[in-house]
Design a protein around this ligand. Structure first.
Ligand code: ADP
Ligand code: MG
Length: 267
């Protein structure tokens, strides 16, 4: 059966492709972690990336954000000039300015929030625009205030991370990523480190982002979110994309033994 059985919604319309991954391979030493990965993410699409621990989900997100280089293949974000390309002829040199631009276009949110502990929430959100993009402090701060309001934290700007709950810290981290006006947001288990009562507020933020048209890849095992907010599920196992389907098809009617086994282990 074709792993691409479900047509992405863009094939039916004219949606542009925001991220394209072509024949990407990546090894750590002798362990091949990404095996010939091919992927197209369309504008406004929310893709849920699922798979057992160690299947390569984080590594895939990290290559999109250039936190990892690839061994071969090609990754582009929004246009052909932006990204990593490695061919038989070798690595196309990635200029620092290109790496910075690709990082700007791919907003990454980690399991462990990773806020700057010595900065307030507002300073965390404004830091990228000021220090990376050279925006004025005034302009960056005004934008940061709007973003904090958008993630439901209009009155927490002067709090340091230590004085915010985990759910609030994660929402600041989302606002910080949004401050760089990314083309795509990459979420790597954004709620796994949170107490159950805080999971909802973070997932609601993702749902709001989706409603605003943000393109996203989300690694999450939150099934309610997956069913309600994902346009497409991509299931990885041992470095390969094994299945690709709508959430309803994937959860109710998985096609491969590996997906059945994975779903059987989820509680
Ligand atoms: P997942 O996010 O699906 O749990 P990862 O992408 O984190 O999987 O890891 C895939 C595999 O690559 C795992 O076997 C992991 O141990 C290995 N790995 C990840 N990062 C490194 C690294 N920096 N050095 C060596 N091995 C790594
Ligand atoms: Mg991971």
């Amino acid at each position: 059966m074709s792993a691409l059985a479900m047509k992405p919604k863009a094939q039916m319309g004219q949606t542009e492709i925001v991220a394209r991954v072509v024949d990407v391979n990546k090894s750590f030493g002798t362990l091949q972690v990404l095996k010939n990965i091919n992927l197209e993410i369309h504008k406004g699409e929310v893709v849920l990336l699922l798979g057992p621990s160690g299947s390569g989900k984080s590594t895939l997100l990290r290559t999109l954000n250039v936190l990892e280089t690839i061994d071969s293949g090609e990754i582009t974000i929004s246009d052909e000039l932006m990204g990593q390309r490695v061919t038989a002829k070798g690595l196309r040199p990635l200029r620092e300015s290109r790496i910075a631009e690709q990082r700007r276009r791919t907003g990454m949110v980690f399991q462990q929030f990773n806020l700057f502990p010595n900065m307030t929430a507002l300073e965390n959100v404004a830091a990228g625009p000021i220090h990376v993009e050279g925006k004025s402090k005034r302009e960056a701060t005004a934008a940061a205030k709007e973003l904090l309001a958008m993630v439901g934290l209009p009155d927490k700007g002067s709090n340091y991370p230590i004085h915010l709950s985990g759910g609030q810290q994660q929402r600041v981290a989302i606002a910080r990523a949004l401050a760089m006006r990314p083309d795509i947001m990459l979420f790597d288990e954004p709620t796994s480190a949170l107490d159950p009562e805080m999971v909802k507020e973070v997932l609601e933020t993702l749902v709001n982002l989706r409603r605003d048209g943000m393109t996203m890849i989300v690694v999450s095992h939150e099934m309610s979110f997956a069913r309600a907010a994902a346009d497409r599920v991509i299931f990885m196992d041992a470095g390969e994309i094994v299945e690709e389907a709508s959430p309803a098809d994937f959860f109710d009617n998985p096609k491969t033994e590996r997906a059945c086994k994975f779903l059987g282990q989820l509680v």
